[in-house]
Write a protein that binds this ligand. Structure first.
Ligand code: SAH
Ligand code: SF4
Length: 391
């Protein structure tokens, strides 16, 4: 039998087209889309307001193929990390970070990454393959489902606060449909802009009112700075943008990020400035991983502020404590030095935050994801055993 069509791979226009080819009206596509994404239903038999004939047709030719969970870990601070199976020997990670006013899901876009940033464990593992739309959206689908189940079991993943994260009261229908994930950051494994079509299609589903209904401000794409693709994103789907800058000048950046040889800082910042013409926020977030003795001196902070001022890019900085991994060759900057770096940026007139490390006990920080997929899979039995012990 031919492989079934995975409806999780479809944006709403694609699903509409696919159903039209089988003689179905456009409103049927909206109904099916809502069942899958809003109500989290993967079984066609449960889609009760569809005609029986359509349900049978779907059952015969299609499926909602979800990524299967290899492991799930809950941190003491509420952070949850999943390892998903995406084929023999491969895993991708997804992390949920609950905060008082939002729930952020850190989503992966590729298995591995080709860009070879020297401080990144995903880069170290090399590139394996791109994720399909359904594998990207599937991370969100499964996270919402598992978090709802955890909330039902009494864990503090509230589904209905009666208001959204901006304090606006929700109407009753929205309240019923409220899902734990309110924000998505494309900051897991992979370079999202190097998997452009699937990633932007997946984000289109995240934004669709008939699916997850997230606003463009609540979906952030993080890139190492693939300039032509930043320009394409501006045309296709301008969500909030975070850029991994990590250095105040080209000499340092090229040493730790080979992508800088192709797209040096001036070119990158010009693309950022143009992006802001359509971005949902009026600044770009610049991520800056603090590497001891490499990019963390007070002079680097001053140079960074000067570079951004000269490029006229409204910016916020997010200083990221380095997540060490075996044989990385880098070390963490001491706390005081991170604070000093932050103070210099603030004194220069910038908002600069230090990323809180969450889920430390389960290795769940962004940028730390699935660096050791193969190891982890080998250790799986051990982990499941450990997880089962009450703490
Ligand atoms: N490829 C994209 C998104 C995934 S990486 C990008 O590079 O932006 C998400 C963030 O984690 C990036 O800012 C990345 O530079 C950072 N990161 C990678 N390795 C890290 C490490 N070992 N410690 C801290 N941050 C890291
Ligand atoms: Fe790829 Fe981002 Fe890691 Fe660089 S930091 S290797 S772009 S995942």
């Amino acid at each position: 039998m031919a492989e079934r069509t995975n409806l999780l791979d479809f944006t709403l226009p694609r699903l509409t087209e696919w159903l039209a080819q089988q003689g179905e009206k456009p409103f049927r596509a909206k109904q099916v889309f809502r069942w899958i994404h809003q109500r989290g239903v993967a079984d066609f038999a449960q889609m009760t307001d569809l005609a029986k004939s359509l349900r049978e047709k779907l059952e015969a030719t299609a499926e909602v193929r979800l990524p299967s969970i290899l492991s799930e870990h809950r941190s003491a601070d509420g952070t949850v990390k999943w390892l998903f199976d995406v084929g023999v020997g491969n895993g991708i990670e997804t992390v949920f970070i609950p905060e008082d006013d939002r729930g952020t899901l850190c989503v992966s876009s590729q298995v591995g990454c080709a860009l070879d940033c020297k401080f990144c464990s995903t880069g170290r593992q090399g590139f394996n393959r791109d994720l399909a739309v359904g594998e990207i959206v599937g991370q969100l689908w499964v996270a919402n489902r598992r978090l709802a189940e955890m909330a039902d079991a009494g864990l503090p993943y509230r589904l209905s606060k009666g208001e959204d994260a901006d304090g606006v009261p929700l109407d009753v229908e929205e309240r019923d449909e409220r899902r734990p994930v309110t924000n998505v950051v494309m900051m897991g494994m992979g370079e999202p802009l190097n998997n452009f079509v699937p990633v932007t299609d997946a984000m289109e589903v995240m934004l669709d009112d008939f699916a997850y209904g997230l606003s463009r401000r609540r979906v952030t794409l993080s890139t190492s700075g693939v300039v032509p693709q930043i320009r394409k994103l501006k045309e296709r789907l301008p969500v909030a943008l975070a850029v991994s800058l990590h250095a105040p000048n080209d000499a340092i950046r090229s040493r730790i990020m080979p992508v800088n040889d192709a797209y040096p800082i001036a070119t990158l910042l010009a693309a950022c400035r143009d992006y802001l013409e359509v971005a949902p926020r009026d600044f770009i977030t610049f991520e800056y991983v603090m590497l001891k003795g490499v990019n963390d001196a007070p002079d680097h902070a001053r140079e960074l502020a000067r570079t951004l001022k000269a490029a006229k890019v409204p910016a916020k900085f997010n200083l990221i404590p380095f997540n060490p991994f075996p044989d990385s060759g880098f070390e963490k900057t001491e706390r005081e030095r991170v604070h000093l770096f932050q103070k210099i940026l603030i004194d220069a007139g910038y908002v600069a935050t230090i990323r809180k490390t969450r889920g430390d006990d389960i290795d769940a920080a962004c940028g730390q994801l699935a660096g050791q997929v193969v190891n982890r899979m080998k250790k799986k039995t051990v982990q499941v055993h450990r997880q089962a012990r009450p703490h």
